[in-house]
Write a protein that binds this ligand. Sequence first.
Ligand code: PNS
Length: 157
Amino acid sequence: MTVALVPGSFDPPTKGHIDVVERCANIFDEVVVGIVRNPSKTPLFSTEERTELLQACLPYDNVSVDSFSGLLVDFTNRRNIDVIVKGLRAITDFEYEIQMAQMNRHLSGIVTLFVATKPEFGYLSSSLVKQVRSLGGDVDALVPAPVKAALDERFPT
Ligand code: PNS
């Protein structure tokens, strides 16, 4: 049985994230979505809120949502993860992602696989979604319905 981890901040989850996880769910036996708890950042949505949003967007038997703090490789060891999967939007993502993949391989030997995001989500990021929505822009087509509802609550018009 092969277990994949899709790690990230998911603040908030976008359609780009969901697409990557859905494709993993079709390839791997089990997929764990791992929300990083980063004490140095103040997220828009709490870890609990992000967990609920991801669960609502990913109603699949082989997908679960968990969170972790500290090193990613400690989490992968603890959860018996076989492979890390990251979405790649553009060449600009590659430089940072390959560094992390190689560091994680150095630390624990774990393999990282990259999934090319759907071209229509190539420009999409959680930070841009937050910025545009907080300034009154329309991001409805870029986030799943539960995230749209959560953003509407956070930024009433
Ligand atoms: O969605 P993000 O913010 O791009 O996700 C980045 C993430 C969570 C994959 C990265 O920040 C991470 O792995 N954090 C855990 C700390 C760690 O292990 N750092 C060393 C990585 S080489």
